[in-house]
Each structure stands twice: as structure tokens, then as C-alpha cells.
Design a protein around this ligand. Structure first.
Ligand SMILES: C[S@@+](CC[C@H](N)C(=O)[O-])C[C@H]1O[C@@H](n2cnc3c(N)ncnc32)[C@H](O)[C@@H]1O
Length: 351
């Protein structure tokens, strides 16, 4: 699916001939407010466990965006038996979700596998007042030494873009490897910050695309590259994972595609952008933006321009995304590898 241009819905224009910006009939709801305070900056709340060291806000607005993002992922894989993960695990018992955010993925996996113990971990407590009995959400920094004792069957990450330096990523993948049972799986889902277009409807000076480029530049200026999607597969291989697979996606922004699955994904992805983009931009651009840090007002002006673009049904932009899953070698595979790597002792013929 991913290499085909996304076909445009011609009927979509009929309802937009007298084009008025709209929210595409919002269905996401605001989330209940959290009792946890965090620290405020530019009117947004950030976590305090690693104060000043992670870019996304942890507040109701950003959680709303994460919820929409979760639904986009579910819809893009809605024809598969299990849209939550692709690793071939039929009966996982211990599952870990790193950077669980609002906890949507962890809660859905716990519901789908009631016999599994599911843990989510994040820097900020998720704003949930009910969890399935087999799901635990913890507040912690995954860069610290892990204290979970039972090896996991599956470790999952999603949208961890620009969370870590390359050295920190290597440490995270090593911790994943060390804490998986032999034959256990790692799975990660990431998107590209820079939007694309297949049909020349993207304006030449597209603000949404310029925003993605500015965010990637700022992330690299900070030393926490936002090129996570392109790097995760190689990083997993370097950490020793084998049997690596990937699926590539296109996430349209807005309900402009003809295909009903992509249309619904696009409608929700628009909401992910509308509620999320300010939080994606503020920290990175006001601290690390180039050629010098941006003012909050400069960021907000760009947000208004992007809002107009993503509400315009005649601009057919999308983001690429990728899911990669890979396996820790089994005990037998590791033994065979160690045996072949061991120095061979040459037998001298008997005198
Ligand atoms: C963009 S959000 C994605 C949330 C969730 N995975 C999802 O897909 O909805 C990334 C999350 O990673 C968390 N995070 C970043 N660095 C972390 C760390 N060192 N330890 C734990 N969580 C971290 C952030 O707090 C944030 O909630």
C-alpha cells in the first residue's frame, strides 16, 4: 500500500465547494484533568522527572493528540487480526510499553490479552482513572537501570521520536535486549516529521513541510535527532536483534483520500495535528530552533498557517510512518553463534 499514491476522493470537494475551514466534525473529547502538577512553560505543562530534558508537554491537549494518534495507528492496521502489534506472539505473558504516554496502547493490549501482565512506563503519570486489572502504569525514566525482574515476551515503543541521543538509544535497545526472554520480540512504530505529497497539491512554500524540516533541524541542534523512524531498524540490528521485519505506512492529514480506511485515518490524523502541533513545536523551536531560537509568537504564527493548510481539502499531504519488529535470538541460536565465534583449536597429528 505504501508505495502507491493515495487516490483522492472526488466527492470530498462537493461538500467543500464553499470552502470553509472546519474541524472535520471533531469526535475526540478533552481528557479529564490530571492531579499532577508538572512544570509550566509557554502555557503548557511538562513532566518534572527529567525536567527540561524531554520535548513534548504532558497535558490534556497533548494527551488528546496522543489518543488521536493511537486511533490512527489502529485504523491503518484495522484489517489485520491484531492492529496493536505485528510480532508473531500468540500468547504473550509479560509485555512492556516504553514511553506509554496516555497509556492507550498498554490498556488495549491488556484488554486483548487478559492473561498477560502489561506494564507501561512514562515520565508523567497517565490521566486514567481506570485500568484493566492486568495493566500497571509506572512513572520512571527508562534510561535508568531497569529493575523489572521477569523477562518480557514483548517490548513496545511508539512515537518515541527525538526522545534520546544516539548513545541513549543504544542504551535503550541494549536494555530491551537484556530484558527480553530468548526468542522475545521488540516492536517500534515511528513517523517522519516531514510531510510529503504525491500529486503536486502541496504548495511550493508549504508551511507544514517547512515546520517538519525546522523541527528535524532543531532536534539535531539539540542532539536528539528526530530521524528516529529511519534509524530504528539499524539500531535494533546493532543491538543484536534478528528476524527483522517492517511495514511502511502513509498517514494522510485530512479526510481527502478516496479509500475509506485512509479517509478515516486522515480525519483522525488531522485531529492529531490540530491538538498536537503546538506541543511538537514549542520546546524544540524556542530552545533549539535555527538560525536562532524562535519566539513563542513566531511559533504560534506558523501554527496558524499550518492550520489553514491542513484544513484545506485540496492540499493532499501525508506523513510516512514505519513499524519495525525484531526478535532476540533463541537460546539455541545464541549457543550456535557462540560456538562458531569461539576460536578453533587445531588438533596436532599424534607423533
Ligand atoms: C510522543 S509520546 C508517545 C506516547 C505513546 N507511546 C503513544 O504512542 O501514544 C512519547 C512519550 O515518551 C515519554 N518518554 C520520553 N523519554 C522518556 C524516558 N526517558 N523515560 C520514560 N518515558 C519517556 C514521554 O514522556 C512521552 O509521553
Amino acid at each position: 500500500m505504501s508505495e502507491q499514491p493515495i487516490a483522492v476522493d472526488p466527492d470530498f470537494y462537493a461538500s467543500h465547494d464553499a470552502y470553509q475551514p472546519s474541524d472535520f466534525e471533531s469526535e475526540t473529547t478533552s481528557l479529564a484533568s490530571s492531579i499532577y502538577r508538572g512544570v509550566m512553560e509557554n502555557g503548557r505543562r511538562y513532566q518534572t522527572i527529567k525536567e527540561g530534558e524531554y520535548w513534548a508537554p504532558s497535558d490534556e491537549q497533548q494527551f488528546e493528540s496522543l489518543e488521536a494518534g493511537h486511533l490512527v495507528c489502529m485504523i491503518l492496521d484495522s484489517t489485520s487480526d491484531n492492529p496493536l502489534f505485528q510480532a508473531p506472539l500468540k500468547n504473550p505473558k509479560h509485555i512492556l510499553d516504553l514511553g506509554t504516554g496516555r497509556g492507550n496502547w498498554a490498556v488495549d493490549v491488556a484488554d486483548m490479552f487478559p492473561d498477560a501482565n502489561v506494564r507501561g512506563v512514562d515520565l508523567f503519570p497517565p490521566p486514567l482513572d481506570w485500568l484493566p486489572p492486568n495493566c500497571v502504569l509506572e512513572v520512571d525514566d527508562v534510561l535508568q537501570e531497569w529493575t523489572w525482574r521477569t523477562p518480557f515476551d514483548l517490548i513496545h515503543m511508539r512515537q518515541m521520536i527525538a526522545s534520546f541521543t544516539s548513545e541513549e538509544w543504544a542504551k535503550v535497545y541494549k536494555q530491551c535486549y537484556d530484558n527480553l526472554a530468548p526468542g522475545g520480540w521488540i516492536e517500534q512504530w515511528e513517523g517522519d516529521a516531514v510531510v510529503r505529497c504525491d500529486d503536486n497539491t502541496m504548495p511550493e512554500n508549504c508551511h507544514t513541510r517547512a515546520f517538519g524540516v525546522a523541527v528535524v533541524e532543531a532536534s539535531e541542534n539539540w542532539g536528539h535527532s528526530a530521524r528516529t523512524m529511519s534509524e530504528m531498524r539499524r539500531s535494533m540490528e546493532e543491538a543484536g536483534f534478528v528476524d527483522v521485519h517492517e511495514t511502511n505506512y502513509k498517514m494522510p492529514i485530512g479526510p481527502w483520500p478516496r479509500d475509506s480506511v485512509l479517509k478515516e485515518a486522515g480525519r483522525l490524523h488531522y485531529h492529531q495535528w490540530a491538538s498536537g502541533m503546538e506541543g511538537w513545536a514549542l520546546y524544540l523551536l524556542t530552545k533549539y530552533g535555527l538560525p536562532q531560537p524562535w519566539t513563542k509568537e513566531e511559533v504560534l504564527v506558523l501554527m496558524a498557517k499550518i492550520r489553514a493548510e491542513i484544513q484545506n481539502p485540496r492540499i493532499h499531504i501525508y506523513q510516512r510512518a514505519k513499524r519495525v519488529w525484531a526478535r532476540k535470538p533463541t537460546t539455541e541460536e545464541l549457543a550456535a553463534k557462540n560456538a562458531s565465534a569461539a576460536p578453533q583449536i587445531k588438533q596436532e597429528p599424534a607423533a
